[in-house]
Design a binder for this molecule. Structure first.
Ligand SMILES: N[C@@H](CCC(=O)N[C@@H](CS)C(=O)NCC(=O)O)C(=O)O
Length: 213
């Protein structure tokens, strides 16, 4: 199996955690999002993922993009520790909380959005910072409420799941962008527990072969 990704990409980080959790071997193929105008925009990569985004998973003849689709694919093809454990209602909560971060927050803070704000719209660094603060606050405030309703040891009850896999990289991004997390005690507590798990720790951006200082 091959995973095309970038060390600091939150969506790639999700896929790495999922692969590690399921103990699946994979070759990690870095796609540099900034060098040379962004390798995600080159023809060779666009053939794998026309959206010009990482990650992309290649499993034999199967090419899968979108980190949530990758996780569901892995769960169906490689049963083992489930990324969507429990019954329908529990699984629905896991999916909803995953999407709250992966579909409602991350696309608003993605590299290409930030580049468009500054390069095309001429938004200042202060403006861009206000943008990031605004969307993180909205999303994390709601996520904190969801955690108060659903969390046990992890985001949803006491079983590790896809929701945890979505939370970890989003907190990493928040810290990177200097977001104040003091208003989200439950989020910080769950994140603290998650960070120590070996399959999560091994997926950390700093541990990847393409990591930069
Ligand atoms: N919904 C997608 C998001 C993918 C995504 O936004 N990837 C980012 C890195 S986290 C990317 O490739 N950005 C490149 C760009 O914005 O040009 C997924 O979950 O896979």
């Amino acid at each position: 199996m091959e995973l095309y990704g970038y060390w600091r990409s939150s969506a790639s980080y999700r896929a790495r955690i999922a692969l590690n959790y399921k103990r699946l071997d994979y070759n990690y193929l870095p796609v540099h999002l900034l060098n040379d105008g962004g390798e995600q925009h080159k023809q060779a990569y666009k053939q794998l993922n026309p959206n010009e985004l990482v990650p992309t998973l290649v499993d034999g003849r199967n090419v899968v993009h979108q980190s949530l689709a990758i996780m569901e694919y892995l769960d169906e093809k490689y049963p083992g520790p489930a990324l969507l454990p429990g019954k329908a209602a529990n699984r629905a909560v896991i999916r909803a909380m995953s999407l709250d971060l992966a579909s409602e927050l991350q696309p608003l803070i993605n590299l290409r959005v930030q580049q468009y704000l500054t390069k095309q719209l001429g938004v200042s660094d202060e403006g861009k910072s206000a943008w990031l603060q605004h969307w993180f606050k909205l999303s994390f405030t709601a996520f904190e409420t969801s955690l108060n309703d659903n969390a046990g040891t992890y985001c949803v009850g006491d079983e590790f799941s896809m929701a945890d896999i979505c939370l970890v990289p989003q907190v990493y991004s928040a810290e990177r962008f200097g977001i104040d997390l003091s208003d989200y005690p439950c989020l910080r507590e769950v994140y603290g527990r998650l960070s120590d798990l070996p399959w999560v720790a091994a997926a950390h951006p700093s541990k990847q072969p393409d990591a930069e200082n």
